[in-house]
Ligand binder design. Structure first.
Ligand SMILES: [Mg+2]
Ligand SMILES: [Zn+2]
Length: 182
């Protein structure tokens, strides 16, 4: 399972999640990740963090945020197996910033999972576009800053839409989506 971070696991903020104190989990997200762990599903986070490239926070702050996230997940019995982030700004024209698929491909390579066996959960169209480019299925969740455009894109491409990660994982584990657990 590939998870976007902001708006999926934790509350998104218009002014960026800049430090560990800014990181606040979305209700049900930690339990959902624990349910994935219990089902034998590995979890990787794939997140655009242009705040690094913009100088809004540094690598140490990002590491502290991710340590808090991993600890919070662990306290619910779950595990995040890896975090992949893009530190660039759009002008860098990198291959890893979603909607490009670089981060997702790196995660799939690391875990040796074929794209067809992976599911990406995100709250924005860029997550869905990246998933399609990487050859993964996707689910849109409406727990972030997503707008009508994001839902329209999902509907147009027959991508399931769920309220949040808790609902997405519940339905995944109930067999609602075709993908096996990567
Ligand atoms: Mg997001
Ligand atoms: Zn990048």
């Amino acid at each position: 399972m590939l998870l976007d971070r902001d708006g999926v696991i934790n509350q998104d903020r218009a002014d960026y999640v800049r430090c560990a104190a800014d990181w606040v989990p979305i209700p049900g997200a930690l339990e959902a990740i624990a349910a994935l762990e219990a089902a034998g599903c590995r979890v990787a986070v794939v997140t655009n963090q242009s705040g690094l490239g913009r100088g809004l926070f540094d690598r140490a702050a990002l590491d502290a945020i991710h340590e808090k996230m991993r600890d919070a997940v662990a306290s619910h019995g779950g595990r995040i197996d890896a975090c992949f982030f893009c530190p660039h700004v759009p002008e860098d024209d990198c291959e890893c910033r979603k909607p490009r698929p670089g981060l997702l491909r790196e995660a799939l390579r690391r875990f040796d999972v074929p794209p067809a066996r992976a599911l990406m959960v995100g709250d924005r169209e860029v997550d869905l576009v990246a998933a399609r480019a990487a050859g993964c299925a996707a689910v849109l969740v409406q727990s972030g800053q997503g707008r009508a455009d994001d839902v329209a894109f999902a509907v147009e491409h027959a991508i399931p839409v769920r309220s949040d990660l808790g609902a997405a994982v519940r339905d995944l584990l109930a067999g609602d989506f075709e993908q096996a657990l990567g």
